[in-house]
Design a protein around this ligand. Sequence first.
Ligand code: FAD
Length: 404
Amino acid sequence: MSMSKPRILIAGGGIGGLAAALALIRRGFDVQVYEQAPALKEVGAGVQVSANGMAVLEDLGVADRLMELAAHPEQRQIRMWNTGQRWTAFDLGSISVSTYGHPYVTVYRPDLLDALADGVRAAAPSALHLGRQIVGFDQDDAGVTLRFRDGGTAHGDALVGADGIHSVIRSGLYGADQAEFTGLVAWRGVIPMDSLPPHLAQNVSFNWVGPGRHVIQYPLRAGKLMNFVGIVERTDWLEESWNTPGTHDAMKADFEGWHQDVLDMIDAIPQPYLWALKLRPLLPTWTRGRITLLGDACHATLPFLAQGAVMAIEDGLVLARALEEQPDLTSAFLSYEAARQARTARIVTGSAENTRRFHNPALSDPATAQAYVEREWTPERLRERYDWIYRYDATTVPLGELSA
Ligand code: FAD
């Protein structure tokens, strides 16, 4: 299986698939990306890109464009669900650059996808294939074949499954999806900033905490939009889809008793959507022969460390570095996987642990709420929880050792 610069097929043209494609193309690989959507589009929502994600985007040559399109919140603040009391958790802005070497930005997802897609198109104009839904694949000693719903096929030397939480490549390798509903539902909406009163239209990323629910709120698009995500513990099962619409009344009922600022923001959302958050067991391995996985396809996470997309971006770069260094495909994939497994598993676990922190019952009692926040969000505890995430540099991290 030894060869140089093989043809790499990528299943899925989302954030992870495009980051991997760009990293590989820039290293001289022949890359073909197959995306089911007829046009490259992302859901109209926000994504936070911390310093470790920006390290990769700088390496891929798309950071300057993103810096123009993004918002640059000055701080992350904690807010109490009922009183609105504030605490500064982190300084972002120039402090992120001086501490971690890279900025912390908040981006409208379509802008991030566009920046990556334009990078891919500029480097390899015919690498992106849209409207190609993958329904299956085969591999043998000669390579990998993808099968599409339209009856067509594509052949390459190796395959990267970057096809997200409902990955066809993962289920083809490891069997049916084992997703379990977490009992958490995410409400989301994007608010035109000029529809908010000045005290809500701030260049700050807020994390509201409360019993059984929390809210994340941050600016997008150079402050023209405000992203709103509200997570609620609910026992009713709902669809795991970004595009299931909900009503303002149902959303407000889920935040009954919360601060007026939260209720006012809900009123200002043009159309709320809701999404059932599910968790999948961690896979013991991501690679079989000429095929590996990346991003949500192999380590879907709750979004409570805001690292799902960033991990997919990091995966793409480490994968490309492994393929560049190790001419044997399977060995390269195993080396990539060995470099990435522990970190991604720790983020998945840490994200789930934040549910209890953000939703803690101590927050319901005025006698305990303030002391709880002051204990959980001290600078020392924040360093313990976030420093190792933001300091990571996928451009230099050692590749994984292969076991004999
Ligand atoms: P996806 O983005 O899902 O892309 C997969 C692509 O594959 C899609 O384009 C899809 O159309 C395509 N595809 C799927 N099946 C097929 C097929 N059969 N054939 C061809 N193409 C196919 N992450 C962060 O880093 N920061 C955040 O602030 C953040 N906030 C979040 C908030 C919420 C509420 C949620 C739910 C998630 C959040 N995330 C965040 C996580 C992030 O959205 C995901 O981890 C990220 O999108 C994963 O990227 P991916 O490329 O692996 O998968």
